[in-house]
Design a protein around this ligand. Structure first.
Ligand code: ZN
Length: 251
């Protein structure tokens, strides 16, 4: 399994940056996780629009799904449009982004598979387990497994007992690390810190940790330091172009 990071910034894309977005490839299948703001141009550096086989969206905030619109346009507005793109997202999460264009314009470009967080899904070669995690919109954290290799992705979340289950023994955990040490009071319980991500990685026996959704202007070294206080394994910060092999070699 291969992971390509399309962006790592939380909330909005800072200069030259992109928000959440990950391309996961296994057995020739390409799954796009969370096409957030400004991730489409990054995605298209790696693959053509028709080469994406499915999309999974954790929740309906635009920093996790806004660039679904340009991806669908790039598929629909061509002379030979590819088959409808399967979209997996919590019920209703994509209603707004799919309504950006005039009614009907993109209808043939996608096929919705709305689900209830907690459902298990089969997406190409991936078995996906999902959990409802605490956030200001329903957020479906996901654990992807294929041929015994596990990639876990929290989406945006506050602390939750489900996180340990989601991340248990994962080869790679992509964890919300919006803040370094402390979540501001008005968002407490709905977002996570790098320090908490490090602790979670140890509790769950994760092999490799990727800090994600880091707020613009965050001191990245401080985030790494906070996470490493609780986790002795390899830690990276999600950033454009980071490539990670997710397999037994990461153990
Ligand atoms: Zn969010």
């Amino acid at each position: 399994m291969r992971l390509k990071v399309l962006g790592g910034t939380g909330a909005w894309p800072d200069a030259g940056q992109a928000c959440s977005g990950y391309l996961v490839e296994h057995a020739g299948f390409r799954l796009l996780l969370d096409p957030g703001y400004a991730t489409a141009p990054q995605l298209l550096r790696w693959v053509r629009p028709e080469q994406v086989d499915a999309v999974y969206v954790t929740h309906g905030h635009p920093d996790h799904c806004a660039d679904l619109n340009p991806l669908l346009r790039a598929r629909a507005l061509r002379d030979d449009p590819p088959p409808a793109l399967p979209l997996y997202a919590p019920h209703g999460a994509l209603d707004v982004v799919l309504a950006l264009d005039r009614p009907g314009m993109l209808d043939a470009a996608y096929h919705r598979h709305d689900f209830e967080p907690g459902d298990s899904l089969t997406i190409g070669p991936f078995e996906a387990r999902t959990w409802l995690l605490p956030h200001s919109k329903p957020n479906a954290g996901v654990r992807l497994e294929a041929d015994g290799v596990v990639l876990a992705f929290t989406g945006d979340t506050g602390p939750s007992p489900h996180l340990k289950e989601l991340a248990q023994d994962a080869d790679v955990l992509i964890a919300d690390s919006s803040y370094v040490d402390e979540v501001p009071e008005d968002e407490r319980g709905t977002l996570f810190t790098a320090r908490e991500a490090g602790r979670l990685a140890t509790e769950a026996g994760v092999r490799r940790l990727v800090l994600a959704h880091v707020m613009p202007e965050t001191d990245v070294m401080a985030a790494l330091q906070a996470a490493s206080a609780g986790f002795a394994g390899l830690i990276e910060v999600a950033s454009i172009g980071l490539e990670v092999t997710v397999d037994a070699a990461a153990r």
